[in-house]
Design a binder for this molecule. Structure first.
Ligand code: PMT
Length: 399
């Protein structure tokens, strides 16, 4: 890290004093740290503290005489491998979300192309304020990241969410952003997510409980590790991770078309989508009325997209399927691995608590084409995504 510079922004709140520990930990991790304090932050903690800890001058004012003839906000913005604002007030987050650059810190944030991380700290009601939450959503969609505050006793006397995350946690997160693992640099992923919907009439459809969480988490992990990601998804309430190429589809036939179009460019395909196996033969043009008593619907079998691309797969392409099972998990998953010509299958017992559809967590067995079975305990879908990518990387390396 010796050659990397982190710009540490300190904004005005009582947690500004914890910024000193963050600065110390960053220096200890080997970063050059350049500190910018807002005027309000300097009212809480003396700039001398940060000068001493960072071993350099602290940026305070927009027009203070620069160290050299570079323009400071541009110079630091370009030099930074990452900007960390910790603690981040509602004010700096609101300003960034709306493009306001009226002091050294907000201008530097605006002028950088490096990742920017905010670690918010504030009163619980300010944190819960929908305007503030909107600003966070807006920034997340633009690719800014957040180390969420913790719950507990706040300096203002209130109890709740708003306490700055632990300094070590903030620095650990920054390390993952800065280091990335980059082990999928230059590789193109095609990932599917969510359910498909098969319309019955203009107001009804047949679908399943997939929320898209598993596929979106995989897309985020692949992106963070250097991959280029095309995410083909059925309808979900999720926002695609910033930086993926997003293809929105509804029906199985639409998903099939999108997948087949993207497949030739893909190095690694991961099919986490829960695809409807059947679709109604006829889609009524008008809303089906209940006047006719019982309703019989004839279903046609949908194409198996994964099987089709398994047949087209070139030797250098890597194909991962998911198997959502309610019984005989391993046996059924193994059958799918073979029948669909896969390199790996993620066997998902969707009846197990905390696993499968909708929830934030999952618990799976990964089975590869060598017949190796790797069991993972219950963990978040985001954590599991990295484990699945680790297994892909291992198998690709060994062949
Ligand atoms: O979206 P979440 O709420 O996070 O839930 C995650 C999940 C449970 C949906 C996910 O973990 C999962 O298990 N996805 C696969 C669901 C599924 O359709 O499994 P399957 O066993 O029916 O299909 C096997 C594989 O073939 C899957 O990769 C599926 O995408 C693919 N398939 C299935 C049918 C079909 N017609 N075409 C396909 O490509």
């Amino acid at each position: 890290m010796m050659d990397k510079t982190v710009v540490l922004g300190i904004t005005g709140g009582i947690a500004a004093y914890k910024g000193a520990e963050i600065c110390r930990l960053l220096v200890k991790s080997g970063f050059k740290v350049k500190v910018i304090m807002t005027r309000a932050a300097a009212a809480f903690v003396s700039p001398l503290t940060f000068e001493t800890l960072s071993g350099g001058p602290v940026g305070l004012e927009m027009f203070q005489r620069p160290e050299s003839w570079e323009i400071q906000h541009v110079g630091w913005a370009q030099e930074a491998c990452c900007i960390l604002v910790a603690p981040a007030t509602a004010n700096i987050i609101g300003k960034t979300a709306h493009g306001i650059a009226d002091d050294l810190l907000s201008t530097t944030i605006m002028a950088t192309t490096a990742p920017v991380i905010f670690a918010p700290a504030m009163n619980v009601e300010m944190f819960n304020n929908p305007i503030f939450q909107d600003n966070i959503d807006r920034l997340k969609n633009l690719g800014y990241s957040f180390v969420e505050p913790e719950s507990g006793f706040l300096a203002c006397g209130d109890q709740g969410r708003g306490r700055l995350a632990e300094p070590q946690k903030i620095v650990d997160y920054l390390l993952t952003v800065v280091q990335g693992t980059g082990d999928f640099d230059g590789q193109t992923f095609l990932i599917t997510a969510g359910p498909t919907r098969e319309p019955l009439d203009p107001v009804r459809y047949l679908s399943n409980y997939s929320s898209g969480r598993m596929g979106f988490a995989l897309a985020e992990a692949a992106l963070k590790r250097g991959g280029k990601v095309v995410l083909v998804s059925g309808p979900t309430g999720l926002k695609p991770p910033h930086g993926v190429e997003f293809v929105s589809v509804k029906t199985t036939l639409e998903m099939r078309e999108a997948v087949k179009k993207e497949f030739p460019k893909a190095d690694i395909v991961i099919k986490a989508a829960a695809v409807a196996d059947y679709r109604p033969e006829d889609i009524s043009r008008q809303k089906i009325k209940k006047s006719g008593g019982e309703l019989m619907i004839k279903f046609l079998k949908n194409p198996d997209i994964l099987k089709e691309i398994g047949e087209l797969k070139k030797e250098e392409q890597f194909l991962v399927g998911f198997a959502a099972e309610t019984e005989e998990l391993k046996e059924n998953a193994l059958k799918k691995l073979k029948n669909k010509n896969l390199d790996m299958i993620v066997a998902n017992d969707v009846t197990s608590p905390g696993a499968g559809f909708e929830v934030e967590t999952n618990q799976v067995k990964v089975i590869n084409r060598k017949g190796e079975v790797i069991e993972f305990p219950l963990m978040t879908k985001r954590e599991l995504s990295d484990k699945i990518l680790d297994e892909i990387a291992k198998l690709k390396k060994s062949t």
